[in-house]
Design a binder for this molecule. Structure first.
Ligand code: HEM
Length: 151
């Protein structure tokens, strides 16, 4: 299996982990902050970090789209397909990953349980939106890719 196929499949781990974290923050927002809440935050962050490693390997060498874009960056910026892979997908996902890290720190430092749930909801909620926005969903014109590699 190629790195691109693993990165493509692993997106589902990232999406499910983020949905679980955000869903739990919503559901438990008036209750106690338990070890499950902490664990879900860690799982979402680790899933995103692993996806980042695969993304970096693609971005700095393995990706045909990024390599093609780097041949002529000026021209790539005028091409919606190459521009997406050069400056939209990776950087937006990176911001989402940073938000997950900051979110876990804010959760840890929050004064009480309600504040912890709120911080988790805000930071992981925004991270989830960014991931969904920067995803090459099959219905997206020009940049769309299959939901599973090879399909
Ligand atoms: C939460 C994080 C991320 C998710 C969910 C995600 C998801 C995806 C998906 C679904 C694809 C398409 C795979 C296919 O062709 O089937 C893809 C491709 C790619 N991703 Fe990501 N990604 C993430 C983070 C990143 C980051 C941080 C980078 C760069 C540092 C990156 C760089 C790339 C590159 C270069 C490609 C391949 C372009 C090509 O086909 O040549 N990704 N990603």
């Amino acid at each position: 299996m190629t790195v691109l196929a693993v990165h493509s499949l692993f997106r589902w781990v990232v999406v499910v982990a983020l949905l679980a974290r955000v869903g739990r923050a919503l559901q438990a927002r008036k209750g106690a902050f338990t070890p499950i809440d902490k664990r879900l935050g860690l799982i979402a962050m680790i899933a995103m970090d692993l996806q980042l490693l695969l993304g970096l390997a693609l971005f700095f060498g393995l990706s045909p789209a990024v390599s093609a874009a780097e041949m002529d960056v000026g021209a790539a910026m005028k091409d919606p397909y190459l521009r997406f892979w050069l400056v939209e997908h990776g950087p937006t996902m990176l911001i989402a990953i940073v938000l997950a890290h900051v979110g876990n720190v804010r959760v840890r430092k929050a004064a009480d349980d309600a504040a912890k749930h709120k911080q988790a909801l805000i930071f992981f909620g925004i991270a989830l939106v960014l991931v969904l926005v920067a995803m090459p969903w099959p219905f997206r014109p020009v940049v769309g890719r299959p939901l599973l590699p090879g399909f």
